[in-house]
Design a protein around this ligand. Structure first.
Ligand code: HEM
Length: 369
């Protein structure tokens, strides 16, 4: 791997860069109320407790994370300080909290869980050996802070469980609108979240943490982007989803039946707190000031990328959270602080209702793939 940070001077993290706000406890309570509403509705419908957002998975993959030996000191931080190969599981999803036909087209997401990492743990994960990165397409969050997200969530909660036919029609209309917005150079997060996302293959996307994490002595945002030409070729590749309620799952499966794929895991280190704020989650950090640079590679072989058995193991048996990990990658900023309690509450609901503990694997064998 090249040494790409030669021209970039990353800023060392200082706790003074974070500004917890007095309203965060109330914001968390509001978010949990809405998330709970969504989960109660889908539980009443399906008899199973599922995620309050990102409920539907399209790919459940297992492979390796390879950390190279020659990273420069700025990049050899946290779990990336120790070269080697670790098992990783990947869950591809879309954003809604109900399980919808895929032609209700919404933003794509990727969660990864790296197993066997060493280092001081984040609170509540003592004794675990996992590091999760939870990502969505697009380099920044659609709201500046958790309070604005809470307001938006009320709309999403109120559309959970509404007639699918209406949502499909709305989705088609929103895709048209979104195309019109993009034609004049824009992009509307609200339109895409409600179904206006183009009908494209999730395997071509780059996925971002959107909000920063500590990166050892430094801090930055993480992304996972296609590295193999066969994955890169799927960028914005249309998928025909007409009459295919699970068309995204099928598109991912068709790819992995034939071949494997590789992604680069990259970090964008903060070099300027004014231009790359921690507390405003909606700011895209300028890649001219600090590019995303690779620190590891994810390698997945050809495999059956989705099955009922994998769904039982990964969708139902695992929990992903930015707060599962080492202290050297502590999530930063208000959105991240609120996410801790939000993920815990939603995961507790799943564990309680399904009477199934969500435990962190100590080895890939524990997942039961
Ligand atoms: C205040 C902001 C946010 C809140 C309150 C929130 C809340 C949640 C909750 C409650 C879940 C379900 C957890 C479970 O049952 O396992 C979830 C899942 C998820 N969230 Fe967030 N989230 C927020 C921001 C974000 C951001 C910034 C991203 C990524 C850039 C993100 C990506 C995801 C993904 C990919 C999942 C699915 C995880 C999986 O595969 O299991 N979220 N979120």
């Amino acid at each position: 791997m090249p040494s790409p940070l030669a021209t970039v001077a990353p800023l060392r993290f200082s706790p003074a860069y974070e500004h917890p706000d007095a309203e965060e406890a109330q914001t968390l309570a509001d978010i949990n109320e809405q998330m709970h509403r969504i989960q109660e509705k889908t539980y009443a419908d399906g008899g199973k407790a599922i995620r309050s957002v990102h409920a539907k998975s399209h790919g459940l993959l297992a492979g390796e994370l390879r950390i190279p030996a020659n990273l420069p000191p700025e990049l050899a931080q946290g779990i990336f300080a120790r070269p080697g190969t670790l098992p990783v599981v990947m869950r591809l999803s879309t954003t809604p909290g109900d399980i919808l036909p895929d032609d209700i087209s919404t933003p794509r997401a990727m969660s990864i869980k790296i197993i066997g990492v060493e280092g001081e743990r984040l609170p509540g994960t003592e004794g675990d050996v996992t590091q999760d990165f939870v990502m969505v397409e697009g380099p920044a969050f659609n709201k500046p802070d958790a309070r604005s997200f809470a307001k938006n969530l009320k709309l999403l909660a109120s559309t959970t469980d509404k007639a699918e036919g209406a949502k499909q029609a709305l989705s088609a209309a929103l895709r048209g609108l979104e195309k019109a917005v993009e034609a004049v150079g824009g992009k509307s997060a609200t339109l895409t979240a409600l179904g206006g996302h183009p009908e494209t293959n999730p395997l071509g996307e780059t996925y971002y943490t959107q909000v920063p994490v500590l990166f050892g002595e430094y801090f930055g945002k993480i992304c996972v982007r296609p590295a193999s030409p066969s994955l890169k070729a799927l960028f914005k590749e249309p998928v025909d989803l007409r009459h295919k309620p699970d068309g995204l799952r099928e598109a991912v499966a068709a790819y992995f039946e034939e071949q494997g794929g590789e992604w680069e895991l990259c970090v964008q280190l903060c070099t300027d707190l004014g231009e790359m704020p921690i507390e405003d989650a909606s700011v895209v950090w300028d890649e001219e000031l600090s590019p995303y640079v690779p620190v590891a590679r994810i390698v997945m072989g050809a495999q059956a990328s989705w099955s009922d058995a994998r769904a039982r193991s990964i969708d139902e048996g695992l929990a992903f959270s930015p707060w599962h990990g080492v202290a050297a990658h502590r999530p930063l900023g208000g959105v991240m602080r609120v996410r801790k309690g939000a993920y815990e509450a939603a995961q507790r609901f799943r564990a309680d209702k399904n009477q199934r503990a969500l435990s962190e694997p100590k080895a890939i064998g524990d997942i039961g793939l």
